[in-house]
Design a protein around this ligand. Structure first.
Ligand code: XBP
Length: 253
């Protein structure tokens, strides 16, 4: 039997619904403060999410949506400055405590810790974003529970490239066959499966229509004993929530 040794979590959309009411709001606040008349509506942001990474997303918007732009000499610097401000605003938003973890996340992390499993994070977002979310929504010490928190520009290519998952596997010296990934998007799924990792997808409003045919299991969320999850694709579960035991079963399928 292949023993489960680790669970690797994506962050945005997986640990918490951070995109619509977190990142998007911080981008808009930043644009306004910079005197730009750009506004990313909920729907437009859904389209822009096809581009991973905040800096890359701003550049894509400028190149594909023809917004009014000021005279800029150095675009890379301009975008990096905007993104720095956006990160400050996003982490400030997280510190208001308005963004909570999705159902089952805290329970699964606690169960995995009790079982002695290795925990890791693989995210496209900046490191300070991931750390602040863990600190504000999970536990002030939560960052220490993870063997690796792989984030942002640490690898050359963001999701859907598998780089960030290869990075986690290298740093933890784990074999992909002993890990389960929790993701929420098609890009995240492609990145994880590209690194040979079995993946559970918990969909959200932005990703519900995406193609998850390569996922080992697709759920609406991880579920709680009192708040059952629904299986949208994959094996039926004999309980109301995703658990370490079910993660172990997926490895042996
Ligand atoms: C989510 C992302 C990120 C955030 C913005 O990554 O795509 O780009 O929207 O974060 P994941 P930054 O699902 O891998 O957690 O602005 O810090 O890039």
């Amino acid at each position: 039997m292949t023993t489960l040794e680790a669970i690797i979590f994506d962050v945005d959309g997986t640990l918490a619904e951070t995109e619509r009411d977190g990142h998007r709001v911080a981008f808009n606040q930043t644009f306004q403060a910079a005197g730009l008349n750009w506004h990313w509506s909920t729907a437009l942001y859904g389209d822009l999410l096809q581009v991973a990474g905040g800096k890359e997303r701003i550049r894509y918007f400028i190149e594909h949506y023809s917004p009014h732009v000021p005279e800029i000499h150095n675009w890379t610097e301009f975008i990096a400055d905007l993104h720095r401000t956006k990160t400050e605003r996003y982490t400030a938003l997280l510190k208001t405590g308005n963004i909570q973890l999705r159902p089952g996340v805290e329970r699964l992390i606690s169960e995995a810790r009790r079982a002695g499993l290795c925990l890791a994070i693989a995210t496209t977002s900046r490191l300070e974003n991931a750390l602040t979310l863990l600190e504000t929504a999970l536990d002030p010490e939560a960052a220490n529970w993870f063997a690796v928190i792989a984030a942002g520009d640490i690898v050359p290519h963001k999701k859907p490239a598998p780089d960030i998952y290869h990075y986690v596997l290298d740093k933890t010296a784990l074999s992909s066959s002993h890990c389960i990934v929790i993701e929420d998007t098609e890009h995240g799924l492609a990145a994880a499966t590209g690194a040979g990792l079995k993946t559970v997808v918990t969909i959200n409003g932005y990703t519900v229509q995406q193609n998850f045919s390569k996922a080992s299991l697709v759920l609406n969320h991880l579920g709680e004993p009192t708040h059952p999850c629904q299986v949208l694709q994959g094996m039926s579960m004999n309980q109301a929530y995703f658990s370490v035991a079910i993660a172990q079963q997926l490895l042996t399928l």
